[in-house]
Design a protein around this ligand. Sequence first.
Ligand code: DX5
Ligand code: ZN
Length: 227
Amino acid sequence: MADVADFDVRINPSILAADFVNMQAELARIATADFVHVDVMDNHFVPNLTFGPQMVERIQATSPVPLDVHLMISDADRWAPEYAEIGAASVTFHLEAAAQPVDLARRLRSIGARAGVAVKPATPVEQLFDVLDEFDQILVMTVEPGFGGQSFMADQMPKLRRLADEARRRGSQVWLQVDGGVGESTIAQAADAGADTFVAGSAVFGADDPGAAITALRSAAASAHRH
Ligand code: DX5
Ligand code: ZN
């Protein structure tokens, strides 16, 4: 039986599933979360458009929890630092969208943010193995980025497991995040494969009681995490 108390599970609700015109009230509903996950989309890197730095700055000013910004935008090298400057606790860019990912991660850290890198389902993680220490979190997408409410891709679990094994082998402290289709019926698979940070949009904001949904996800992840 796993001792769940010594394992940190982070639950980051995605406001993509929130009511955008009631953002302040929506944020108040997730005060027990660890971070609020903020999906920035540019209609170029992904076929959907959300919001930019001005909106993120307002969310930052209103949120009861720190921001976990997920940039699904092209030319991350150019734009990502702006989100760190706003004060986001964590800024994650896509590996596929960055020309110099290590330089960019260093820049984000120098501004004071946690530096994250995300990989789409078809992108291998092995290229990150030698530079794990340059990042504070690695996001393994469990859907094609662009939209909420899609089905969890269980076929990403072997990739996540390889990454978790490598991180452990190297004694890395990097957080391993999953995003897309994460809910009460799928979170255990990701925790078992080694994830410790979980993004959930519809599973939290679609629930009658988001606080209870966060608690349920947290406990399902903690019981399933392999030690
Ligand atoms: C998808 C976004 C996700 C999305 C997750 O491109 O990155 O953060 O909001 O939504 P659910 O949890 O509904 O799959
Ligand atoms: Zn996301």
